[in-house]
Ligand binder design. Sequence first.
Ligand code: GDP
Ligand code: MN
Length: 397
Amino acid sequence: MNLHEYQGKEILSSYGVGIQKGILAKSPEEAVEAAKKLTEETGTGWHVIKAQVHAGGRGKGGGVKLAKNLKEVKQLADEIIGMNLVTPQTSEEGKKVHQILVTEDVYYPGDSEPEEYYMSVLLNRATGRNMIMYSPEGGVDIETVAEETPDKIFTEEIDPSTGIMPFQARRIAFNLGLEGKAFKEMTKFATSLYKAYEGSDSSLFEINPVLKTSDDRVIAVDSKVTLDDSALFRHKDYQDMRDTREEDATEVEARDAGLSYVNLDGNVGCMVNGAGLAMATMDLIKFAGGEPANFLDVGGTADAKRVEQAFNLILKDEKVEAILINIFGGIVRCDRVAEGIIEAYKSLGDKINVPIIVRLQGTNAEKAVELIEEAGLNVETAVLFKEAADKVQKVLS
Ligand code: GDP
Ligand code: MN
């Protein structure tokens, strides 16, 4: 589950990570109130208006703007709330902005120049350990830094039995070229950032930029956080942070129905029980010359209701030209699944306007095939994987 910048910053702050302070606003009036309050709290003269959408590169798309007085706060808030923000990370239509974060300006002049760094915490799948990835080249596209100057990207692997060690935090501050107060601030920043990542069961915390202010404070100006969905049950207080407006509508519907569904670009919808079989089925579709339109695991209980919900999800996708149902009857018997398919098919009626290929294998497979054939539906049955592939190929050509 992805979070908004302001939500990520709330978690960071709760772990003692320094942040650029801000207040959420949903209207220009709220933005002005927020700005006044921030001035009282922090003494800031200028404010930044930041669109809250699940996409990076907001600055480049005009979703992050500096306001030098309250009139500008109001103007910019008015302009940004409701806009369709297009950034290098959104589709061409962009993302509708429902809310903004009004923040203090932290790039104020002082004894030294503000400096931007990059820092993220994520899992290194090759070593099975969490790592902190960081670079003195922050504020910009980190992918470009990785490509053009890979020597400017550092990593620090964390031993799970000890957590982040003080010497590691010092090495980070040293590699970023810091000294004095800023050095100390950075060791504290990296240590508490790591604790926030671990404590919230996240799979990603990306802070770009981490800012060293002109008076040597170290704070998070931005935050991109991905919480691990499978660990959300341990964090009741984070569950409300989900913003379904930012998510794929079909995926949201699938989650509510308890189905695991991922929308893809292809033309063959698939309905499968078990994640492994679903992956194999996607291979099968490719092998037959099609492209999977989705990943859909209906789970262990493929009853009529779930099959119908699954049909509905797949049929929402206009690119779908055929549906392949591939069920292995282990605990769930194939004849029960067949009954589910027949029932769902009948209740959906005309809504099913594409050919369907069903492969049922396992307990009571023959009986299942019989049931489907007797029902006289526009459904092709197959017992073997290869047979199913050939039938997919036939209906696509
Ligand atoms: P992103 O574009 O979605 O990554 O959004 P960020 O939160 O990273 O902001 C984009 C850019 O806005 C930063 O890299 C900064 O250059 C600028 N910015 C953010 N906060 C401030 C601020 O307080 N003052 C000024 N002057 N610029 C800021
Ligand atoms: Mn950023």
